[in-house]
Design a binder for this molecule. Structure first.
Ligand code: APR
Ligand code: PHB
Length: 389
């Protein structure tokens, strides 16, 4: 088998890259380790920057997002028992859209299927080879048979635990990492959201986030310890703890109900440099991870896919390697700004075990400053709604 671009991973990065390449007339194959149902079963964040929505429009899959997504003009920061609104639209002219990552993935999968593009699900033991030569190739096993794909380029869109980054020879990658001393316990419930915008709560008992998937489905998160377990959190305990961390109005407005999903995720910041190794390129979580505070993960996967697709287009249409030569620097420059922003939001909003009462007072001073200074608010809003790409 032969293709121009062999993509490993059918998450948002791989699927969007595949669709962009298809739009540009560049043939590609996606190899995914899991089934499509498994990929769609993963509950992830659900906040799209305008730039991400534009990319969905560019590949013709934005229709359902525009119809079902909720456009938000602002967010609220809560601390000291009161809520403070950041008017993102007023400050930057930009909004964000609430639309689940699962829905984005489904829309991209459907478009890929409708276009007749090749995706191999349950591709086991995917291995990239010879990407430091002009003739890279991949092997994978499907139904017990080993297959080989010759290609011009390999796109490693296979997430943090993927094979692409792991295939690079030791010493060729520099890694930057911060692991946070807490996790997020999240639940999904078929209840109306407590407020029409997101509320980020800094509380002495720990961070809490009120977000949503739709006008009738809510998503709530509580900061929890890393060794905690969902079995320790029956719904009643979750709702009680959430109420304790909300401002009085939100606590009394909160409508509770049975959870339909409950999970714990650790928080991590991670960047691998560079994002190019000869003819193999990393995109999305394969290259960088951000903590969920600010919901940048999916949006970074989208901007990487945009940069990479543009680089391949330049290569095929203009016989120029400039785009692929600059890809790593360009993508890392944007990724680091999102890494910084997510780290900053995380630092400002969570309870840290080692910073004590001094750290807690500094957080309140910072939150108070952010909510009073137009310059600080604008900086938050500019990063939250997404830096340009
Ligand atoms: N072979 C084939 N596929 C693989 C392999 C492998 N060895 N390893 C991983 N994969 C697949 C995974 O099963 C997954 O479907 O690669 C895909 C990677 O998808 P994501 O983890 O969703 O990563 P990405 O597409 O970069 O999207 C980033 O997803 O993790 C969230 O918060 C993150 O929202 C962000 C977004
Ligand atoms: C979510 O809806 O899951 C979400 C939204 C905003 C965040 C994190 C998660 O900052």
């Amino acid at each position: 088998m032969r293709t121009k671009v062999a993509i490993i991973g059918a998450g948002p990065a791989g699927l969007l890259l595949g669709q962009l390449l298809h739009t540009y007339g560049i043939d590609n194959i996606i190899l995914e380790r899991q089934t499509a149902e498994y990929v769609l079963g993963r509950i992830r964040a659900g906040l799209l920057e305008e730039g991400t929505v534009k990319l969905l429009d560019e590949v013709g899959v934005g229709g359902r997002a525009h119809h079902e997504g909720l456009v938000h003009n602002g967010i609220e920061l809560a601390f000291g028992g009161a809520r403070h609104r950041i008017d993102m639209k007023g400050l930057t002219g930009k909004t964000v859209m609430i639309y689940g990552q699962t829905e984005v993935t489904l829309d991209l999968m459907n478009a890929r299927k409708a276009a007749g593009l090749s995706t191999v699900y349950q591709a086991a033991d995917v291995r990239p080879y010879d990407f430091d030569t002009d003739r890279p190739r991949l092997t994978y096993v499907k139904d017990g048979i080993t297959h080989e794909i010759d290609c011009d380029f390999i796109a490693g869109c296979d997430g943090f635990h993927g094979i692409s980054r792991a295939s690079v020879k030791p010493g060729a990658i520099e890694e930057f990492e911060r692991v946070y001393p807490f996790g997020w316990l999240g639940i999904l419930s078929e209840t109306p959201p407590v407020s029409h915008e997101l509320i980020y709560n800094n509380h002495e008992r720990g961070f809490a986030l009120c977000t949503m998937r739709s006008t009738h489905r809510s998503r709530y998160y509580l900061q929890c310890s890393l060794d905690d377990h969902v079995d320790n959190w029956p719904d009643e305990r979750f709702w009680d703890e959430l109420k304790r961390r909300l401002d009085p109005k939100a606590a009394s407005d909160l409508i509770t109900g049975p959870s339909i999903e409950k999970s714990i995720a650790p928080l991590r910041s991670y960047v691998a440099e560079p994002m190019r190794f000869g003819r193999m390129f990393l995109a999305g979580d394969a290259a960088h991870i951000v903590p969920p505070t600010g919901a940048k993960g999916l949006n970074l996967a989208a901007s990487d896919a945009h940069y990479l697709a543009g680089a391949f287009r330049e290569y095929y249409d203009e016989q120029s390697s400039a785009g692929i030569d600059h890809y790593s620097t360009t993508a890392l420059s944007r990724a680091w700004k999102a890494v910084r922003f997510s780290w900053w939001m995380t630092s400002m909003l969570h309870k840290f075990p080692d910073t004590g009462t001094f750290g807690a007072r500094i957080q309140v001073a910072e939150l108070d400053y952010v909510c009073r200074s137009k310059a600080a608010m604008t900086s938050l809003a500019e990063n939250y709604t997404g830096l340009p790409f």
